[in-house]
Write a protein that binds this ligand. Sequence first.
Ligand code: ADP
Length: 253
Amino acid sequence: MAEYVLEASNLSRIYNKDTENAFEALHPTEVQIEKGDFVAIMGPSGAGKTTLVMILSLLDKPTTGRIKLDGRPTYDYSEKELANYRNESLGFISMDLILWPNLTIEENIALPMTIAKKNKAEIKARVLEVAKLCGIEQILKKKPDKCSGGQRQRAIVCRGIVSNPKFIVADEPTGNLDSKNSHEVLGLFQQLNQQGTGVLLVTHDCQVASYSTKTIYIEDGKISKVLERKDRSQQEYYEELVELTSDNIEELF
Ligand code: ADP
């Protein structure tokens, strides 16, 4: 039987509900993330991707619907349990996140473990481990303003995975990276995924989505297409994704 890390049913989001500006950005939607899934969310700008991701990463509440984490509905969790879940089981990575300027890269990466009151030796060892995975172990003692944009972005990725989360939610995680760095970060997600971490990734880029096992395409707040990689090669999957998204581009002309 499928083992779900996250199951969302009937999720919708109406902004400015009960006002004349009410806008249904997300129509009732079902999403399931199985243990070990690597799901990409694609779709045109304004389609509702960020709205969905904010809800799935528990940073916003849906207008209708419910979310089950590890088979247990979120309304069953106390606020403290949800905060712990968000901190330890869910790795949220977005390039809109910042690193604290007064903390070193090491302290920034360590934050989720520091908040969870893990012991210092364990934190130090784990931070070094993820920094090595992302190739930034040489900048751990530096402050963010002494690092390059790519190094800062990798540090944000490290902070997102340091607690060994059950699943990672990443909103355009390679947005500002060059292609070599992007492939390295995506390769890392793939590696974590193969070890059992669920990955949910928002992107507009078919190359990035081609690392996933399943792509959900959203238009006008609704899931309009789902494409599974199955046993296709990454190149074949990429070509299908280009075809899937080009339908939409053609409509513009
Ligand atoms: P995407 O991430 O696919 O670009 P969003 O989820 O950001 O799309 O937005 C979906 C729709 O909801 C857009 O039309 C956007 O203008 C609208 N929207 C997003 N956030 C808000 C908000 N806080 N208040 C009102 N409308 C919003």
